[in-house]
Design a protein around this ligand. Structure first.
Ligand code: CDP
Length: 243
């Protein structure tokens, strides 16, 4: 199967690195976090108490979440277009409010069951060449451990908390959002803790994952490391960066 699993904590570089690796290999790129974010967005939208496991679970089972390739005339930097029903939530799911509740929502057993089923289906389909795709790069928290444990290449990205908070703060400022660095840092610390300590599919490297530090190295260097591993383990050849 042509699948690359990339896991790691918040802002460790998963989407930037994963997206580029996908482009260079002609693989589909799929960010599993957007689906948890979409459920969290809907929880806020419906005024549901995030601690009400029953209501949150039911909502997740009813929600229609769509992840599409962006329309070719869109140039706002999105990697995918995320729809909940007919609403484009691509940027709304990146708000600090969603950040602050998403990991509680993602610890809900029914939410996980629902999204795990869908995501594993997506991974298996593209990993085995569905729709003429060469493979899939899937990024998240439990791709190597739960979603696609059979992926021949598993990566776990790491970076110090303060560095990751700086990255997230910069992203928010660049998008013209009001952001407070200390708040971003504290939210991220809490989210890391919830993600790593939950009972179901906690964030941790798969036993056979290659751990890569993304602090102090360029995105290109990390991408090249992963491409070299992909060539060795999957036998796939990347296009050159400018193609
Ligand atoms: O971009 P960032 O790393 O900040 O977060 P994300 O990848 O969009 O994921 C948001 C949240 O969704 C995480 O903090 C997890 O609580 C949850 N998540 C998960 O539980 N399992 C996944 N496979 C992906 C995300």
């Amino acid at each position: 199967m042509n699948a690359i699993a990339i896991d790691g904590p918040a802002a460790s570089g998963k989407s930037t690195v994963g997206f580029t690796v996908g482009q260079r290999l002609g693989f589909v790129f799929f960010d599993t976090g957007v689906m948890y974010r979409a459920v969290a967005w809907a929880v806020l939208e419906h005024g549901i108490d995030r601690a009400d496991g029953e209501a949150v679970g039911q909502l997740a089972e009813q929600l229609r979440i769509e992840v599409d390739a962006p329309a070719s005339d869109l140039s706002d930097g999105r990697q995918a277009t995320i729809l909940v029903g007919h609403v484009d939530v691509t940027w709304a799911i990146r708000s600090p409010r969603v950040d602050s509740i998403v990991s509680v929502v993602a610890a809900n057993a029914r939410v996980r069951r629902e999204l795990t089923r869908k995501q594993r289906g997506i991974g298996l389909a593209y990993g085995s060449g569905a729709a003429g795709k060469a493979g899939i790069v899937m990024v998240g928290r439990d791709v190597g451990t739960v979603l696609l444990p059979e992926a021949p290449l598993k990566i776990y990205l790491q970076a110090p908390l303060e560095e990751r908070a700086r990255r997230r703060f910069r992203e928010l400022v660049e998008r013209g959002r009001e952001a407070d660095y200390d708040r971003v840092l504290e939210d991220m610390r809490l989210r890391d803790r919830t993600d790593s300590h939950r009972a179901l599919a906690p964030l941790r490297p798969a036993e056979d994952a290659r751990q890569i530090q993304t602090y102090g190295v360029t995105v290109e260097e990390v991408v090249e490391q992963i491409l070299a591993l992909a060539a060795a383990l999957l036998g796939v050849t990347p296009t050159s960066p400018e193609e």
